[in-house]
Each structure stands twice: as C-alpha cells, then as structure tokens.
Design a protein around this ligand. Structure first.
Ligand SMILES: [Zn+2]
Length: 492
C-alpha cells in the first residue's frame, strides 16, 4: 500500500472520534430508571451531586499503612471530599453529620472495606472473544497469538468499545477500580473509560500483533489532538519486544521521556518469543530494553516466565514493574513464573497481578488470580495472604506509577471496594484474628462487591451498576459476538 494510503487507513481505524464512539455506546447500554434506594439501604443521600461523603461504622478496613505494612482497622469511619479520602478515624471520633451522603457500613451485618483492587494487565476489547477460543484444548500460547488477528479483524471499533465496557464492568463487580489496558486501538478504550468511570491506563500498541500500521507516531498524534481532554491515562504498548525495530524503540524512549508515558510489553511468555527477540535484535528482551534505555520504572512487563537469574536482578535493580498472570500461564502452557526468585530478592514488591483477557482467564477478577498464584507456587513455598493482598493493591499502584492509589489513607484517591460481611465467603471467621477474613476473601474465590467507589463516586450501589444497564449490555454483546462469528466464518 502506498504510504499516504497507509496513513489514511490508520487515521480512519485509530482516530475515530472517541466522543462519537462514547455517545454511541452510551445510547445502547447506559443505565436508566435506577430504582430509588429501598428502606434497607445503607445510603442516606442529602445531595445527589454529593461531594462530601461519610462512610461510618465500618467493622473492618483492610489496607496497607504509610510504610506498606498490612493493617486491619476495626470500627473506623472515612470522610471523603471530592475524589480524595480526607480522614480515616475511629467511628466514635466523628463529629457532625453535615455530609452530602452518609453510608452506614455497620447496618445489616456490616461491610468490609478494602482499597479498590488494581489490575495491571488486561486486553478489554477481547471480551467479545469469550468462547471464541478453545482455551483448554491443547493450544499453546504461540498458536493463540497466531489465531488472534483473524478474530480481531472481524471486530469493529464499536465492538471493541462495547466489549471493553463488558470487561471493565465485570472487573468492577469483583472490586477492581484501576485497569491497565494493553490494546492496539485508542478510541474504544477512551470511550469505555468514560462510560464506566474505571480508572484506566490506555496503553496503545505502537508495535502490534493485530494492527501492523500502528507506530509511535500514533501516540504523538493522539497527544497533540486530545492531550488535555483524556479520561484514561495514555501509555504505550509493544506486543513483544521482537515486534519493534531499533527505530521504534528509540522513538518510544523519546516519547516516554518527553511526556512521562508508561510503556508495557509482554515478555518471555514462551521460549519462542524470547528466541525471536535474539533473532531480531541479537540480544534477549531484558538486554534489548536496557540497550534502548527502556529498563526503568516507567516500564511494565507482563508474564516474564522464561528469564534467567541475572535478568531478574536487572529488572529489580532498574525498578521495572512486573505483572504475574498465573492462570494465563497455565492455560497456555507457557511455563511457571520464577516467583520465589523475586520474593527472595525484594519480597515481590515489584510484582502485581493481572487478569489478561477472557482468552486466557474467563473470570475477570483478581481474587481468583491471587488464589491461583498461591496454588501455582505452593509446592515450593506458600505465598501468604498478606502478600497476595499487597500484589492486588500497593504493588499494583507501584507498578503503574500511581502513588495516590491502592491504600485507604488520608490524601489518597477514594477508590474503595465494599464487601458484605454476612456472606458465605467470609463467615465463619476468627473474631480474635480478623486477618482470617482476608484468607476467606481470597480462597472462597470470585466474590462480587456490594458497592464500589471510584474517585469518590459510587459506580456500583447495592450490586447494581449505576452507569451501565447490565441486561442491555449482555444482550448487545451476544448479538455483536454472533455477528463477529459470521464475519470470521466468511474470512476463513
Ligand atoms: Zn496479555
């Protein structure tokens, strides 16, 4: 294709106005006719456009403190102003009731509060592919990667956006408030972040498996055109290091420094991709990133299965963020992440968890992923529940360069997950050792939240999404999925 045609093609496929896309998906799946709070509700709303919120009488809050020590606060209350936690204090110290919204976390058996969980690796538009891949029928990760472009070509930008809404809202139901999305199209993720209010990093691929026309130039164009008007934080992605040539890596470094942009890539997911990097660059992935000046705390690598001891030391020394995806690694028979090597060197503080997409893990939550991490590595040693909790919260915040998230502390963003205490996933527990609740939360698997707050706003109330009509969303996704299947069949 002549150069100018390639350019026009990627303008059309990548710069479709996200506002138009947002308006379109809003029309098809926005929540309407929300029921008034029933008489049992824990909410007392004095001003529907609330800015000040009191969350009172919380039986248990689990969080890390300023020094990243895991603590459990008993019978505490929170005061929220705007999008920020203003105070965390014992319930008896709260004076005054002059708040726009008061949430009684002590009623009807009570609520356990944790920070909103942080998902450091996802591909939200692939949500439409649930059931499209034979996940457990013997395919290796290399075969799945090779099959992917055919499916993704059969999806439209609107499909991507709706699928991303499906993915992000499923994550929200399981307590996730922050997601790093790694994908090749920019607008669908921006539109989905607007529609769901998920705190999102939109890492747009500059060297993609499915969108070969993408390049670092796309990032510059998005920044120039929309820089000041983005809901999601823009970042860069590289599918695998071997997909990028030296020139791309050079431009990625320049962009990363100029705009303080994060970079994410899959790393050493199989022996095959590690080898391909040597074929292209004459060096393995860690060495190639180092030579390109990209081995630093703005870089996040996922999987990191087939890496050696010296490479692990390099990643740690240079404060590179690591995302562990145990379910994906098992499903695709990729190998086992060297978790204990990271643990012995730095207690896993640079290791977060991710969901990957439904092609690798059908249930998009982190609690089951944390449990999978525990089971995967249990023959060597046991990953403690506290460590798993950190991987889902503070480690995620560190890896994604978000020091203002991941804890329930004054001055941090009000991202909170509210878990019903009188629930089979919690009870019975040891009242003398409330940490046993945390073990129950992880091992029971697949809990959903009762309420969810992101940036000081309730996105889920009484298990009901406040922005998206779930019933309409599921109907729409089913219809779009079958349309996609028909297009794939034609192309085959
Ligand atoms: Zn991935």
């Amino acid at each position: 294709m002549p150069l100018f045609l390639t350019f026009i093609f990627y303008l059309l496929t990548n710069l479709m106005p996200y506002k138009k896309l947002h308006a379109k998906i809003k029309k098809s799946v926005r929540a309407t006719n929300l029921l008034e709070d029933d008489e049992h509700s824990r909410f007392r709303v004095n001003n529907p456009r609330y800015r000040t919120v009191l969350i009172e009488n919380i039986p248990f809050i689990f969080t890390c403190d300023e020094k990243n020590k895991l603590v459990c606060r008993k019978n505490y209350s929170l005061i929220i102003k705007g999008d920020t936690i203003a105070e965390v204090l014992p319930s008896q110290k709260v004076t005054g009731r002059n708040f726009d919204l008061i949430y009684d976390a002590g009623r009807r058996g009570g609520i356990v509060v944790t920070p909103g969980l942080i998902n450091a690796h996802a591909h939200p538009p692939m949500y439409l592919l649930r059931s499209a891949m034979m996940l457990d029928e013997g395919e290796s990760v290399d075969e799945t990667i090779a099959a992917m472009p055919l499916w993704e070509r059969a999806m439209t930008e609107e499909d991507y956006a709706l699928a991303a809404v499906g993915d992000l809202t499923e994550e929200q139901k399981s307590g996730i408030t922050t997601t790093l999305s790694h994908f090749a199209a920019f607008a669908p993720i921006e539109a989905a972040a607007r529609a769901t209010k998920q705190n999102t990093i939109n890492a747009v691929s500059v060297a993609s498996n499915t969108h070969p026309q993408n390049s670092p130039r796309l990032i510059r164009e998005i920044l120039e055109k929309h820089g000041d008007d983005l809901e999601a934080r823009l970042a860069m992605a590289i599918h695998y290091v071997y997909r990028a040539d030296d020139k791309i890596l050079e431009e990625v470094k320049a962009l990363s420094e100029e705009y303080n942009l994060l970079l994410t890539c899959h790393m050493a997911e199989s022996e095959g991709v590690a080898r391909k990097c040597v074929e292209r660059h004459g060096s393995r992935e860690v060495a190639t990133l180092e030579r390109s000046g990209l081995l630093n705390s703005r870089t996040i690598v996922s999987h990191a299965v087939h890496i050696n001891e010296r490479e692990i030391e390099k990643l740690i020394e240079n404060k590179v963020g690591i995302v562990h995806l145990p379910t994906s690694n098992v499903i695709h028979k990729s190998g086992t992440f060297p978790l204990w090597k990271f643990f012995d060197l730095e207690k896993l503080s640079s290791v977060a968890l991710g969901t990957d997409s439904v092609v690798s893990k059908s249930r998009l939550d982190l609690l089951t992923e944390a449990y999978q991490a525990r089971l995967t590595h249990i023959y060597s040693r046991t990953v403690k529940f506290g460590t798993l909790f950190k991987m889902m919260t503070v480690n995620g915040a560190r890896v994604l360069n978000m020091p203002d998230r991941g804890k329930v502390l004054p001055g941090l963003k009000a991202d909170l997950a509210f878990w019903k205490l009188k629930d089979r996933g919690f009870i019975p527990f040891d009242e003398k050792n409330p940490m046993s609740l945390l073990g129950n939360l992880i091992t029971h698997g697949g809990r959903t939240v009762r309420d969810l707050m992101i940036n000081g706003r309730f996105v889920i109330k009484g298990r009901r999404h406040q922005l998206i009509d779930e019933s309409k969303l599921l109907e729409t996704l089913q219809e779009k999925h079958m349309q996609m299947r028909r297009r794939v069949k034609k192309e085959k």
